[in-house]
Design a protein around this ligand. Sequence first.
Ligand code: THU
Length: 138
Amino acid sequence: MKSPTPAQLRKLKTAAKTAAGRAYAPYSKFTVGAAILTSSGNIYSGCNVENASYGLTNCAERTAIFNAVAAGEKKLRLQCVVVYTPTDMPTAPCGACRQVINEFGPDARVLSICRGQGQIASSTRELLPGAFGPADLA
Ligand code: THU
């Protein structure tokens, strides 16, 4: 999958950072924002939304993807996922989010950024090798 343009990357980073500011994370206090670029060039964002039951927490990455589906994106294909945390080190998507990213972006680029300088540039394939996905049900 092709890389986002520098302008798209700037927009993705800003959107992910803005989304982190909207996180509902009263339990962990760990705020996360995510932004996705679809193959049609649209950008969607999301934040983590926690729950008093803990287990029902929805991560930022999944919120962003579900946001795209709910907005009516047909044939959703992820080109790039950017994850932002206001931390010194970047954090990679959790296992559940990797599976959901794979559903719509098996060849997406995944970039984790943070308040600090560090970043993790990866891909769905690298984060979830040998994934189970839609093709397995065909
Ligand atoms: N979290 C995310 O939003 N994305 C991840 O990939 C890792 C974890 C959230 C879930 C929870 O609200 C908080 O971070 C601490 O785990």
